[in-house]
Design a protein around this ligand. Structure first.
Ligand code: COA
Length: 268
């Protein structure tokens, strides 16, 4: 994997690309990969770059180092960047980052190790799939800091866990184990830390090898039907399915099956 060079200690998002996978790492080593305002601002830009690159078929979000996916928003900035009038500007940055992740057309995976707290859990919840290590810890400590948790960020959590579980997260701020997170529906699968990256790559490569238009149609249908069950744009979703049946990839899928070989999909 080739990472874009960034000064080691400088916080930021690091981008690496390989095998059709775009890896975005939260990098803030001094603060357990806490996300500062610049990182929130960067996330939509980095996602847009990966979305625009036809060679990228899956996006993985991870934390750098060995202690944390992300310990949430960078509290050390709150005194200046998240009080009084600036609080709503900060919320807007958070919201734009969450919206960019939720609106991504390509499949997104959160690879979670160690601490996954506050906004860290927020961005993980906006991904399509979540894999975690068995020692990871999950919490939203907003009530321990007196932060009002924006309703827009509650919705992705509610798409994963029952309201009573989300209330437990938000009322207590308590840290939950990977096993508890799995039982709540917050994560898809739990691995040992030593297997996590390999298993994430296996999952990502499985998706990379499948037909992009089929995945895009499925993702749009699942997102639209869960977010707007009453008003889902069924015409748009039907058009995405029709696009699959008209595609070269569908012809390639049929041919490959008959020729007993692995299909080679191009996303058209
Ligand atoms: N923002 C800014 N700095 C953070 C941070 C955050 N969200 N989370 C951790 N850090 C910093 C700590 O202040 C500490 O810095 P220091 O070495 O300069 O004192 C460093 O990261 C290491 O954390 P530390 O607290 O020493 O590690 P720990 O293993 O004892 O505890 C946590 C780890 C995650 C339990 C603890 O750091 C914590 O509760 N962090 C805040 C999490 C939070 O509330 N997130 C939601 C923000 S909205």
């Amino acid at each position: 994997m080739t990472a874009t060079p960034v000064a080691e200690a400088k916080p930021g998002l690091r981008l690496a690309i390989d095998d059709g996978i775009g890896w975005i790492s939260c990098h803030n080593p001094a603060r357990l990969n806490a996300l500062n305002a610049e990182m929130w601002r960067e996330l939509p830009r980095v996602l847009a770059t990966l979305e625009a690159d036809p060679a990228i078929r899956v996006i993985v979000l991870r934390g750098s180092g060995d202690r944390a996916f992300s310990a949430g928003a960078d509290i050390s900035e709150f005194e200046t960047a998240r009080t009084g009038a600036s609080a709503s500007d900060y919320d807007a940055l958070n919201h734009a980052a969450f919206a960019a992740l939720e609106g991504a057309n390509k499949p997104t995976i959160a690879m979670i190790h160690g601490f996954c707290l506050g906004g860290g859990l927020g961005i993980a919840a906006c991904c399509d799939l979540r894999l975690t290590d068995d020692k990871a810890q999950f919490a939203i400590p907003a009530a321990k800091l007196g932060i009002g948790y924006n309703p827009r960020w509650v919705r992705p959590l509610l798409a994963l866990a029952k309201p009573a579980h989300v209330k437990e997260l938000l009322f207590t701020g308590r840290r939950f184990s990977a096993t508890e997170a799995l039982a709540m529906g917050l994560v898809n699968r739990v691995y040992t830390l030593s297997d996590l990256e390999h298993e994430t790559r296996v999952l990502a490569c499985e998706i990379v090898g499948n037909a992009p238009l089929s995945i895009a149609a499925a993702k749009a249908a699942i997102d639209e039907l869960t977010r707007h069950p009453e008003t889902a744009d069924k015409g748009k979703l039907d058009a995405l399915v029709a696009r699959c049946f008209d595609s070269d990839d569908y012809a390639e899928g049929r041919r490959a099956f008959l020729e007993k070989r692995k299909p080679k999909f191009e996303g058209k």
